[in-house]
Design a binder for this molecule. Structure first.
Ligand SMILES: Nc1nc2c(ncn2[C@@H]2O[C@H](COP(=O)(O)OP(=O)(O)OP(=O)(O)O)[C@@H](O)[C@H]2O)c(=O)[nH]1
Ligand SMILES: [Mg+2]
Length: 314
């Protein structure tokens, strides 16, 4: 039996192996993804982002427990900022969500950002695709909200949840441009702490400008994740958002835009590889430099000539 056969039979070890294969961009990993692609598209993907320590993992953990009780299959991707010391994922998320790892219907994967430009690990989307093809109903992606990461979350998810804490109050204005714009749902976690009502009200005020009749309501949900409070309401809001977007053409547009983004990304990566393999390696820059130096040719014409000679695709 091949690895893919085992994967299709629901073998978790096969799932884990295929994820590693894709993560490491092993030879032919694109062929594997191409095979899985038609099987994917059924999972609902939610992103959870927000400042470090806001309670993202706790929220994801509690939400997962709810979903599992409803017999749903859940995949979790925890994207950790690359530690400058270990170069790998921090252990924190894994440890906190450990109770879930024993559950048959839950699969957790921690990934490092590897300092890629995107922040969100470049392969997060591919890993999500693999989990989707495996038959997960929900994929929950946790990332620390820094810079570019947020946009990547939106691009990889159907519903984006931004998690803040009462202490975030002072920075709301500063965040407006980034986190505020990407959230479909806001969570004020640690609502057991002082100042929770104030930040909920502040967010409500800012969001009122954005709320339009008949449009999505951009709800703010107060939670105390550690004590499982407010999680049921959050799940209700996520379901409402799902219903909202799937009943509007916006959803189809969003998915189409994601596909366009994917195609461009795949193409860019491929072109970069081809340039490396087929052009830079077969190109004797020293010889050309000599010619140019001797005044026999100019660099522009040389590049054109090189490009005419190479065969890009087989
Ligand atoms: N008081 C209080 N503490 C909470 C609540 N939710 C989570 N915590 C605690 O906050 C700490 C951080 O929670 P995490 O869930 O690890 O936060 P995170 O956002 O995933 O953190 P990073 O992944 O490191 O960015 C933990 O010690 C939690 O127990 C809450 O509702 N109230
Ligand atoms: Mg976490």
């Amino acid at each position: 039996m091949t690895l893919l056969d085992r994967f299709y039979q629901g073998d978790r070890i096969a799932l884990s192996k295929i994820i590693s294969y894709v993560e490491n961009q092993s030879p032919d990993y694109r062929r594997v993804l191409a095979q899985l692609y038609p099987k994917a598209g059924k999972a609902y993907r939610m992103g959870f982002t927000g400042p470090p320590g806001a309670g993202k993992s706790t929220v994801v953990d509690k939400l997962t427990s709810f979903l599992v009780k409803e017999n749903k299959k859940v995949g979790i991707i925890a994207v950790d900022p690359t530690s400058p010391f270990t170069g790998g994922a921090l252990l924190g998320d894994r440890i906190r969500m450990q109770d879930l790892t024993n559950l048959e219907n839950v699969f957790i994967r921690s990934m490092a950002t590897r300092g890629s430009y995107g922040g969100l690990a470049t392969t997060t989307k591919e890993v999500s695709l693999v989990m989707d093809a495996f038959g997960k109903d929900y994929i929950l992606i946790e990332t620390v909200g820094v810079g570019q990461v947020e946009l990547d979350v939106v691009n990889a998810c159907d519903t984006t949840v931004v998690i803040l804490v009462p202490e975030s109050g002072d920075s709301i204005q500063a965040m407006k441009a980034g986190l505020m714009e990407i959230a479909d749902i806001f969570v004020v976690n640690k609502s057991d702490r002082e100042g929770s009502n104030r930040i909920v009200n502040e967010l409500d005020m800012i969001l009122d400008i954005r709320r339009k009749k008949g449009e999505w309501e951009y709800p703010v949900v107060a939670t105390e994740a550690v004590n499982n409070k407010g999680i049921d309401l959050l799940l209700t809001k996520i379901s409402e958002h799902r219903e909202f977007i799937t009943s509007h053409s916006a959803f189809q547009e969003h998915r189409k835009n994601q596909i366009k983004g994917d195609i461009k990304k795949i193409l860019e990566l491929k072109v970069r590889e081809l340039v490396e393999e087929k052009i830079l390696n077969s190109f004797d820059v020293n010889q050309i430099a000599e010619k140019v130096f001797r005044g026999e040719d100019d660099p522009y014409s040389c590049v054109e000539k090189v490009l005419k000679q190479v065969k890009i695709s087989d």
